[in-house]
Design a protein around this ligand. Structure first.
Ligand SMILES: NC(=O)c1ccc[n+]([C@@H]2O[C@H](COP(=O)([O-])OP(=O)(O)OC[C@H]3O[C@@H](n4cnc5c(N)ncnc54)[C@H](O)[C@@H]3O)[C@@H](O)[C@H]2O)c1
Length: 434
């Protein structure tokens, strides 16, 4: 099947490469010329494990190509995916749909035969209806359907999530679109992936409901962690104790500095706004948004308290800047609150991240020193703060780390070390909820 993917970012590039790997003929489009030129040379503009091999394998096999020419790419396609960004709109928290609508306008001008236009971007309820109206207005005689197919992949495990998803959700309003979408995902029949066909509005809302639920789970355990700290309980045991109950499940019960990333913050905000607009407020999600934002800020005070009440004039080694491991994505990462917060209180920050430093340099204060290894970051530091649980921080040589530190203080915002081990190593150790 001929598939056109508009937007070649985290979702468009992974989805396009995976569809090509399923055997479809895929053209990925982006308006960012540098990104497309890099992809044509075989360079991958983002860090995602395994993506280079997948993209280049399919490129050499002739199933995957890249262009900036949307009109040319849409000609003759049977499915045209919209996978552009839907960031938070400035000022009001709604999703900014301008990229989605601009893509719809451009598609309308280029349609030749029948095609299914599929919104893969995370978009509020009713967006597919609007996409249909835009195309109908611009091309009254065009033969097309509009479907909604939200994406649930996680950065860092994106390829596996796309190829072996828990489920695929497809919203359609007609049989032609349903049949094409069924054919497109047929390769997933092999591993018996459930494909849930529903209407477009339900598919759109399902995506927001999923993200809001997961963000709520994280926020719930974070609040339990605060309560554990006050009461002498251990949040990791609480999480295990409730997570083993299959009605609850153990995933997303890791207490930490608050959720970040390219999806949960903006999607919870957008859901709150949609719910208000339809006069069905989601008070639980409103609380989650508020509690999470406050938590990220509070981490700065927690670090200062662990440093004896103040970080003024102190050197803090920060390990991990991305919002989670195995990605270079810095969008809404907790580090974007914590690092400027520490610098605002007079600290000097020496940072390390295995993949995120390039992007971080555009987003963090210019005074941050970036280091080649975690040990370099810890040199002459008064304290080390772990913000992201990269694998390489899980087995640090603690003796080597502390050898050049001024003071043996560690604030572990991901609970990757055991308090008793750190005490034995002579550290003043602070973690979350234990
Ligand atoms: N990143 C994730 O983990 C994830 C997971 C599930 C869903 N989503 C959703 O998928 C959507 C895309 O997210 P992303 O992280 O891939 O964004 P991204 O910013 O990485 O990529 C979007 C790309 O679209 C391009 N673009 C914008 N307008 C265009 C146009 N008219 N024509 C061609 N290209 C255009 C941009 O240049 C950019 O490269 C969002 O709605 C997001 O919420 C993201």
């Amino acid at each position: 099947m001929r598939v056109t993917m508009i937007g070649s970012g985290y979702v468009g590039l992974v989805s396009g490469a995976c569809f090509a790997d399923f055997g479809h003929e895929v053209i990925c489009v982006d308006k960012d010329e540098r990104k497309i030129e890099a992809l044509k040379r075989g360079e991958i503009p983002i860090y995602e494990p395994g993506l280079d091999v997948l993209v280049n394998g399919n490129r050499f096999a002739g199933r995957l190509s890249f262009t900036t020419d949307l009109a040319e790419a849409v000609k003759g396609a049977e499915t045209v995916f919209i996978a552009v960004g839907t960031p938070t709109r400035r000022g009001d928290g709604h999703a900014d749909l301008s990229y989605v609508y601009a893509a719809a306008e451009e598609i309308a001008k280029s349609l030749t035969g029948y095609a299914v236009i599929v919104t893969k971007s995370t978009v509020p309820v009713g967006t597919a209806d609007e996409v249909e109206a835009i195309i109908r207005r611009a091309a009254p005689n065009a033969d097309f359907s509009v479907a909604s197919n939200p994406e649930f992949l996680r950065e860092g495990a994106a390829i596996d999530d796309f190829k072996r998803p828990d489920r695929v959700v497809v919203g359609v309003e007609d049989d032609r679109a349903r049949e094409i979408m069924r054919q497109l995902y047929r390769p997933l029949n092999l591993n018996e992936t459930p494909i849930l066909f529903t209407n477009r509005r339900t598919a759109e809302l399902t995506k927001y409901a999923a993200n809001a639920f997961l963000a709520t789970k994280i926020t719930f355990i974070n609040e339990m962690a605060d309560l554990c700290e006050k009461t002498g309980a251990n949040v990791q045991d609480v999480a295990r104790g409730i997570g083993l109950d299959r009605r609850i499940g153990s995933k997303f019960l890791h207490a930490g500095p608050g959720y970040g990333g390219s999806c949960f913050p903006k999607d919870t905000l957008a859901l709150v706004q949609t719910a208000r607009q339809f006069e069905a407020p989601t008070r639980i999600v409103e609380a989650v948004v508020e509690v999470n934002a406050a938590r990220k800020k509070r981490m700065v005070d927690k670090i200062a308290a662990a440093c004896g009440g103040s970080v003024k004039g102190k050197t803090i080694a920060v390990l991990g800047l991305t919002f989670k491991p195995e990605t270079d994505d810095m969008r809404d990462a907790p580090s974007l609150e914590i690092v400027p917060g520490l610098i605002g209180l007079g600290a000097k920050v020496q940072a390390h991240d295995p993949q995120g430093m390039k992007e971080a340099k555009h987003l963090l204060p210019a005074s941050v020193t970036y280091c080649g290894t975690p040990y370099d970051a810890a040199a002459q530091a008064d304290a080390v703060v772990i913000i992201t649980e990269w694998n390489e921080y899980r087995a640090l040589d603690i003796d080597k780390l502390s050898r050049t530190m001024k003071d043996k203080v560690m604030i572990d915002l991901r609970n990757i070390y055991r308090p008793e081990d750190m005490a034995e190593a002579g550290f003043s150790y602070t973690s979350i909820g234990r």
